[in-house]
Design a protein around this ligand. Structure first.
Ligand code: 5GP
Ligand code: ZN
Length: 136
């Protein structure tokens, strides 16, 4: 299903031009217009799913397989020193385009980027309580 108001649907379908690195029946991989580092790419499913909660299992599995393949290609071609794979869901998590996508971010020793979080310091009791909430 496509969404008429979705820019990534249009890009994935080729209706809006993009710097495409790879394409098959299910996905298009493009360069991000606002890259965190040289070679920052996005995996877009051609079908519209807003986020990880909506994406079918088989599409999620194929997206991860493609991420592995593209990480290998980009690392070889751009000679990056490491790699982040990021996938945001919801405004609070930094999602700005509500069509599922995976960020492939090559990292370089001197890229000056920080992709991370401030670590908390939970007690063992707090961790136990959270574990029970999730698994209970
Ligand atoms: P999000 O914040 O939703 O995880 O990521 C959206 C990403 O899409 C951002 O990194 C942004 O730079 C990129 N982006 C937004 N609009 C376009 C566009 O029209 N073309 C391309 N290639 N990237 C886009
Ligand atoms: Zn879409």
């Amino acid at each position: 299903m496509k969404n008429d108001n979705c820019i990534f649907c249009k890009i994935a379908a080729g209706e809006i031009p993009s710097k495409t690195l790879y394409e098959d029946e299910q996905f298009r991989v493009i360069l991000d217009l606002g890259p965190a580092a040289k070679g920052h790419a996005l995996i877009l499913p051609k079908e519209h799913y807003a986020n990880i909660y909506e994406i079918p299992d088989e599409v999620a599995a194929s997206a991860m397989k493609l991420a592995k393949k593209m990480a290998g290609v980009i690392t070889e071609k751009l000679n990056c020193d490491g790699f982040n794979i990021v996938q945001n869901n919801g405004v609070v998590a930094g999602q700005t385009v509500f069509h599922f996508h995976m960020h492939l971010i090559p990292r370089y020793e001197d890229d000056g980027q920080t992709i991370g979080w401030n670590p908390g310091e939970p007690t063992q009791e707090e961790l136990e309580e959270i574990k029970n909430l999730i698994t209970g």
